[in-house]
Design a protein around this ligand. Structure first.
Ligand SMILES: [Zn+2]
Length: 272
């Protein structure tokens, strides 16, 4: 089994949105400067010996660079896509075309993880059922795209082959041999981490259950921005820690650009 991390561009965001009270006013510094940080975004292409090629998450929709995108979001969380960071170029780095991929697993349905769904109408798509229910309700609760965020309706209305909601009754599901989905709700109503058993060392992608190395700790540090259930978030961090320990797996954070640049193998390099 091989796992390629596909670079899908960079977002900017107020650090407080990722790390609760990262910058805090205090008596001796009543007006601190906020930190506006760069964040990586990525998808993971897995080449599996029996399941074939599948993707975990799909990066950011290129509409984020166009007039279709809500102006408010362009101001708060602007997206940039560097040369060769479009999805087709990233797949090509791994000698892969969209038609070679049969299955998509979505960690959750926020806009920075569902972005290239339009390339995969021929695929079976798996997502956490509680997240699917929540996202579909939200995108149909208003005709205004701003109100639907952090979901992006055009991604979630792509007519894929099958859209399959997986329940969270089990803490962990081995969806393919050596590929474990771990239920880590909190950031969203449902969220799957993906743990891969690899000969060269196990790895786990926590998605937004841990944006940054600083969220993971220990001790765990809560996210500050988009948060569905803070107690579930903190509980899920310990579940993540339990599985990382049980499988001796390296945790690869979802939006930590320093970690991404310095610690992660990025396509065309791969984990195996
Ligand atoms: Zn995200």
């Amino acid at each position: 089994m091989k796992a390629y991390v596909l670079n899908t561009g960079t977002l900017k965001i107020d650090k407080n949105a990722f790390l609760l009270n990262a910058v805090q006013a205090r008596r001796d510094n009543p007006n601190p400067r906020l930190e506006y940080i760069d964040c990586c975004t990525y998808a993971v292409l897995v080449d599996h010996p029996t399941a074939g090629k599948f993707l975990y998450d799909l990066g950011v929709n290129p509409d984020a660079l166009s007039d279709k995108w809500p102006e408010e979001l362009k101001q708060v969380c602007p997206y940039t896509m560097g040369e060769g960071e479009d999805f087709l170029s990233q797949l090509a780095l791994c000698d892969t075309k969209p038609e070679d991929v049969k299955t998509i697993i979505l960690s959750h349905l926020h806009w920075d993880h569902t972005g290239n769904m339009h390339l995969f109408e021929h695929c079976d798509v798996y997502a956490p059922i509680r997240e699917l229910e929540s996202a579909l309700l939200k995108i149909h609760s208003s005709s205004n795209l701003d109100d639907q965020f952090p979901y992006y309706k055009p991604d979630l209305e792509v007519p894929v082959k099958h859209l399959i909601g997986l329940t969270d009754e089990e803490e962990e599901i081995e969806i393919f041999p050596g590929v474990h989905l771990i239920n880590l709700p909190g950031h969203t109503p449902g969220l799957f981490a993906m743990l891969l058993e690899l000969e060269g060392g196990n790895i786990v992608f926590p998605s937004d259950a841990s944006y940054l190395a600083a969220n993971y700790g220990p001790p765990a540090h809560c996210t500050g921005g988009v948060l569905y259930d803070n107690r579930a978030y903190m509980r899920s961090m310990e579940v993540l820690r339990k599985y990382a320990k049980r499988y001796n797996a390296r945790v690869l954070f979802s939006h930590d650009i320093e970690f991404f640049k310095n610690e992660m193998k990025v396509a065309p390099e791969y984990y195996a």
